[in-house]
Design a protein around this ligand. Structure first.
Ligand code: FPP
Ligand code: MG
Length: 287
């Protein structure tokens, strides 16, 4: 993928950057599927994403990222924040040479994703059982940049951006829901962190919200008492069994599936099979 090479060219001079493990590059992939010429745009969006993760790991006090030690764990918070700022500001410098419509779309998404991160932090202070607040937060935190990436790629190709933005937004929402489901159902080795870490961090993600809606009074109290606690094997098992009983995971994945269906319908007429494949992979992925 050429956009990863452009990214390396921009930042390889920073030794700490070279320790960052590459991710799936979903934003860059989407951009270059929509417009194979838009490699630079893909690198810019991936750079913004990378910077946001460097800051996010400081905020979440995460030791691991993509199966290796996070930059904050390896070099400390100051380095992670500054490296994030370096990557972020260079991305914005590069963005100024794009069409104004593209620059505005992408920079507005960064404004939204920063708000989303703040909402995530606030919602983690006490148990959140409001589905709308959760959906709004994941739209801003995760879907907004994917939405803008797809829209910007469409503009760069001379296509109407609206359908591609609907596609990107719904893929992004589904992606975050699946991420939140994997935190519960996946084994710790694949996750690279303890399972059910979100709940420990104070994040009541969609499966917990749906579970809570179905529980009786006593069960609700028990679930509340486990919030932000280091869970024992038995406690994790209890939550997982209740999720099975009340179909909280199944229901969450149904919601993600409906979003994927909407995403695919929005861009069906453009006949780009790779976009449909990526949409399906969001649901079937296991990491
Ligand atoms: C990951 O969420 C976090 C994001 C997708 C967005 C983070 C955004 C900021 C820190 C705003 C600052 C932005 C810039 C560009 C400097 P998560 O913690 O749910 O996911 P994880 O499990 O991958 O950590
Ligand atoms: Mg995080």
């Amino acid at each position: 993928m050429r956009f990863f090479d452009i990214l390396d060219e921009m930042f390889n001079e920073f030794e700490e950057y070279r320790d960052i493990q590459k991710g799936k590059g979903i934003r860059g992939k989407l951009i270059t599927i929509i417009n194979p010429e838009a490699q630079k745009l893909a690198a810019v969006v991936e750079a913004i994403h990378l910077a946001s993760l460097l800051h996010d790991d400081v905020i979440d006090e995460a030791d691991m990222r993509r199966g290796v030690k996070s930059i904050n764990a390896k070099y400390g918070d100051f380095t992670a924040i500054m490296l994030g700022d370096i990557i972020y500001s260079r991305a914005f410098y590069e963005l100024t040479s794009f069409d104004e419509k593209i620059a505005k779309l992408v920079s507005n998404a960064v404004y939204l994703l920063s708000q989303g991160e703040l909402e995530d932090v606030k919602l983690s202070k006490e148990i959140n059982l409001n589905k709308e607040k959760y959906m709004q937060m994941i739209y801003k935190k995760t879907a907004s940049l994917i939405e803008a990436a797809c829209g910007a790629a469409a503009i760069s190709k001379g296509l109407d951006e609206r359908d591609f933005m609907v596609y990107g937004k719904n893929i992004g929402l589904a992606f975050q829901i699946v991420d939140d489901v994997l935190d519960i159902i996946q084994d710790e080795k694949t996750l690279g962190k303890p399972s059910m870490h979100d709940f420990y961090e104070g994040k009541t993600t969609l499966p917990y919200i749906l579970l809570f809606e179905k529980m009786d009074f006593e069960e609700k109290n028990k679930l509340k008492s486990l919030y932000k606690k280091r869970l024992s094997f038995e406690e994790k098992k209890w939550i997982k069994n209740k999720m099975k009983e009340y179909k909280a995971i199944e229901e969450s994945l149904n919601i993600a599936n409906a979003l994927i269906k909407e995403a695919k319908e929005a861009i069906e007429k453009y006949n780009i099979p790779q976009l449909l494949e990526i949409a399906d992979k969001v649901i079937s992925r296991n990491s």
